[in-house]
Ligand binder design. Structure first.
Ligand code: NAD
Length: 509
């Protein structure tokens, strides 16, 4: 076990930091360094940036500001670990034992990690404790089992000739992650990447560096060899993220974030021809037919729109309701949206926390103003100064906005929901598909044939029928259209993080 106190030495010219980070005493400013070649280390430049707690506006941490030099150090460490270290040469079983241990350690430190995640993101502590952190552990537990049982293909042509299709690790992977589900999504990439024998450099979102910092320590404690998992903190465009995408020593990039960022990464990665996997934005349709179990459909629509402050790529961010039940559904929604408890993310009773940043809150407010001009605001939409200096907004509900509006076409990534009536199945499908995005959709109906018909017509990577957010980690996850390229989950992740090779054996008879 690495001594945590020596790990957390602050960089020399960073100011305003305490030597020891303590999640238990969040009023003290933490200091978060990079993790390169098995050691925490400051930036070459000694520069740092600050993160703030979205719920209070106070400085939460000073963070090493990664540059191209830091990325280069990390890539070299990952390359050395890949080319000469034990990790790719271990048996799958040995690797998976270490990954399993990482999952166990996450669960052992669940409360500390949950607290860090909530302080960084502003999400309710209940969601961190029961959702994000156990899911991060599950990512390791799942992939350690799945990879161990993953089998290769072998085709026997004759007694003398066999063709073996093997999968070999891709090499050094760059893993770039967003702020909305920080540890959950970082581990969703790290676990399959490492299980296949790769090494990696992780670039967490600059808004939420905390849990990736803590994970590095857990990885070392679990027995991961130095250089296998490196974390470089810092910015995206012009910073560590972009440097990673341009680095010739990086073989593949797995990215989750905004669609515009995906386009920039594709351009930056082109000269070095990297393999890319993109999980991008969404504008999910949630369709309620008149024959649906309305109570359940409405309660789930509320969760789908406002969970995690609406900052979920899979959010049901456009609600389509069949005309016959429109008024009834809207009046139930108004009641439920008004009763959502917004407040201190560390209070276990809180249902909706703070928006990640002032910029994001102002962006959301811009859309709320647009919604007020084009439609009717039925609930929320205002700031909540009584909750202090944090980024709190009352969840907003609208009717009367047309699906062609920017409000319904662009990803807002906040607690706002437009409700739109539809006449029939055909119109519902047309409206749902009328967006540049294609990540997810839900539909609610008691008619099995219709559920099947509609789900086949929706242009999305996942369709939930009479449910939302249910996942089996073996199934493919990802988006169509502007929502992504490639799929994650089960064998899809293992295949992205590996190269297929055919070996043909000819035996003499
Ligand atoms: P973002 O694209 O702004 O940033 C994501 C990451 O990319 C960050 O680490 C950032 O520093 C880095 N980055 C930014 N510009 C870069 C560049 N030019 N080169 C390299 N790296 C760069 O996204 P965000 O605001 O952190 O996250 C919200 C977005 O993520 C939303 O659009 C949401 O829908 C999407 N998302 C998608 C999924 C999914 O599975 N499809 C899951 C979660 C979030």
């Amino acid at each position: 076990m690495i001594d945590r106190e020596t790990l957390r030495q602050p960089a020399s010219n960073c100011t305003n930091q305490e030597k020891i980070m303590s999640i238990e005493t969040p009023t003290r400013t933490a200091h978060l360094d990079h993790f390169i070649d098995g050691q925490y280390s400051p930036s070459e430049s000694g520069q740092c940036f600050e993160t703030t707690n979205p719920a209070t506006g106070e400085v939460l941490a000073t963070v090493a500001l990664g540059s191209a030099e830091d990325v280069d150090r990390a890539v070299k460490a990952a390359r050395q670990a890949f080319d000469q270290g034990p990790w790719p040469r271990m048996s799958v079983r040995e690797r998976c034992q270490i990954l399993r241990r990482m999952g166990d350690l996450i669960l052992e430190r669940r409360e500390e990690l949950a607290r860090a995640e909530t302080l960084d993101t502003g999400k309710p502590i209940g969601e961190s404790l029961e959702g994000d952190i156990p899911r991060a552990a599950l990512n390791f537990h799942f992939f350690s089992e799945f990879a161990a049982s993953y089998h290769e293909e072998c085709y026997t042509v004759s007694a003398q000739e066999r063709h073996l299709a093997v999968r070999e690790p891709a090499g050094v992977a760059g893993l770039i992650t967003p702020w909305n589900l920080p540890l959950y999504l970082a581990t969703w990439k790290i676990a399959p990447c490492l299980a296949m024998g790769n090494t990696c450099v992780v670039k967490p979102a600059e808004w939420t560096p905390y849990t990736a910092f803590l994970l590095a320590e857990l990885a070392a404690a679990a027995g991961l060899p130095p250089g296998v998992l490196n974390v470089v903190q810092g910015m995206g465009a012009g910073g560590a993220g972009e440097a990673l995408t341009r680095h010739p020593g990086v073989d593949c990039i797995s990215f989750t974030g905004e669609t515009t960022t995906g386009k920039a990464i594709m351009g930056a990665a082109a000269p070095t021809l990297k393999k890319l996997s993109f999980e991008l934005g969404g504008k999910g349709a949630n369709i309620i037919f008149a024959d649906a179990r309305l109570e359940e459909a409405v309660a789930t629509a509320v969760r789908a729109a406002y969970r995690n402050q609406g900052e979920i790529c899979l959010a049901g961010s456009r609600l389509f309701v069949e005309e016959a039940v429109f008024e009834q559904v809207v009046s139930r929604l108004v009641e439920q949206v008004k009763s959502i408890r917004v407040g201190d993310p560390l209070d276990p009773r809180t249902q909706m926390g703070a928006i990640i940043s002032r910029e994001q809150m102002e962006k959301i407010e811009g859309y709320i103003e647009l919604g007020k001009k084009e439609g009717r605001l039925l609930a929320g939409g205002h700031r909540l100064p009584e909750l202090g200096a944090g980024n709190f907004i009352a969840p907003a509900l609208f009717t009367g906005i047309d699906n062609s509006s920017r409000f319904c076409q662009e990803e807002i990534f906040g607690p706002v929901l437009p409700v739109i009536p539809f006449r029939d199945e055909q119109e519902a499908v047309r409206l749902a598909n009328d967006t540049p995005y294609g990540l997810s959709a839900s539909l609610w109906s008691a008619d099995g044939d219709r559920c099947h018909r509609v789900s086949r017509q929706l242009k999305t990577g996942i369709v939930w029928v009479n449910c939302w957010f249910a996942r089996d980690l073996r199934t493919p996850f990802g988006g169509q259209k502007a929502s992504g390229i490639g799929r994650e989950g089960g064998r899809y992740s293992l295949e992205f993080f590996s190269e297929a090779k055919t070996i043909c054996y000819r035996y003499s008879s």
